[in-house]
Design a protein. Structure first.
Length: 395
């Protein structure tokens, strides 16, 4: 890799794609890094000019810090895992605010390099702890593997943003363009996804004699996320419902929501979101499609919350002739009557001040219709939105 810094434009692109709420995979990697290194906190540091931006963290709040007051500035040119067992014994670190007690009283620091798509040095995957200690060979290799996985995920997000942001046509032209994008994404994402999957498998092998319940849970979540993404690439990227392949099996929607809430804790908890469920059935459907449908609906409910009002989301179901209607109700800003009819069209967004590509509800509609179901939106009298979808007993 190029040891020089990443181009300023590349750094800005990375910081932009890391500013959104869709960071469950990266959050899991940070949490795993902290656990593996027996550290209290972890973060992704991105150098931009004379500062380090830390947009994603575990154990501490995100922050921006002058470069000369960081560990990372000293080790940015080292394309390897760096371990500082006791920062108070190192003159170059002893006076920074993370060591002298101003911000923290850090003793242990370790990091591995992150790279931008142009090959430049982007930042570091870091772990810190108030207790001095060292890392063994297995822990060092694992931290390097996790940093490589973070780099791959950043590249995926940049590719997705670039491809989906190149055009906003309408009607059939929109479907044609996005179909082409989907085909390219399906092909191009396989290599970094394979690297991520291999990294998880490597960690499992290396940690065979050092497993804990927390590590097992995180590894299982990462493995599950990678497998789900691969199946979505293979099955669900077609935009024509007639061409969307699906595998129908018994799907417990209550369990799907439980898994979603666990996977999205880093998004739900900071805003105080409450998710309630009631009478959710077992349906015949594709499990990954149901996860994607409910993920989009819950994500929208959080994204379009009212200012200074904690999101409240209720997922319910009721029996209808030949199937079920599942409804996701929230207390958010709602969708104006004049926009409701077009809400499921490609590139339609209820609020242009909110980040997004305008394909979330289009994805919901496509996946539900692939199950021979229907979708709709109802206003909530007391404020908010209720998005519903119907599934037949036999899709």
């Amino acid at each position: 890799m190029d040891s020089s810094g990443a181009a300023p434009a590349a750094v800005d692109d990375v910081l932009r794609v890391l500013a959104g709420p869709d960071d469950v995979d990266l959050q899991d990697l940070l949490r795993l890094a902290a656990v593996l290194c027996d550290a209290e906190a972890a973060g992704m540091t991105i150098r931009r000019q004379d500062c380090f931006h830390v947009p994603l963290t575990f154990g501490i709040e995100p922050f921006v810090c002058p470069a000369d007051d960081t560990f990372c500035a000293t080790v940015m040119d080292r394309d390897e895992v760096v371990v500082v067992p006791d920062a108070q014994e190192r003159a170059e670190f002893r006076t920074i605010s993370w060591v002298d007690g101003t911000r923290a009283s850090t003793r242990f620091y370790a990091s591995a390099p992150l790279h931008s798509p142009d090959g430049g040095s982007l930042g570091r995957l870091c772990v810190i702890d108030p207790r001095p200690h060292d890392l063994g060979p297995l822990q060092r290799r694992s931290l390097g593997t996790l940093a490589a996985s973070v780099t791959q995920l950043i590249e995926l997000r940049l590719r997705r943003e670039t491809d989906l942001g190149t055009s906003r046509p309408e009607g059939e032209a929109a479907t044609t363009v996005v179909s082409q994008i989907a085909a390219e994404l399906s092909h191009d994402m396989r290599v970094p996804l394979a690297a991520l999957t291999a990294g998880v498998e490597l960690l499992e092998d290396q940690l065979a004699d050092h497993r804990t319940p927390t590590v097992d849970t995180l590894l299982e979540r990462m493995r599950s996320s990678a497998g789900r993404l691969l199946r979505m690439l293979e099955q669900n990227l077609d935009l024509d419902p007639a061409e969307t392949r699906r595998t129908s099996t018994d799907v417990d929607l209550g369990r799907v929501v439980e898994r979603l809430v666990a996977d999205s804790a880093h998004v739900l908890d900071p805003v105080g979101a409450v998710v309630e469920t009631r009478n959710l059935p077992v349906v015949r459907a594709d499990p990954d499609a149901m996860y994607a449908v409910l993920q989009n609906l819950l994500g929208n409910a959080v994204k379009f919350a009212r200012p200074d009002v904690a999101p409240w989301i209720r997922v319910t179901a009721r029996r209808r002739p030949g199937g079920y209607r599942i409804a996701v109700r929230d207390n958010g800003v709602g969708i104006p009557d004049e926009r409701r009819a077009q809400a499921f069209a490609l590139f339609q967004r209820g609020d242009h001040d909110v980040e997004g590509h305008g394909i979330g509800l289009a994805t919901v509609s496509r996946l539900v219709r692939a199950h021979r179901g229907d979708v709709g939106i109802d206003a909530v009298p007391e404020g908010g939105t209720e998005v519903w979808f119907e599934l037949p007993d036999e899709p």
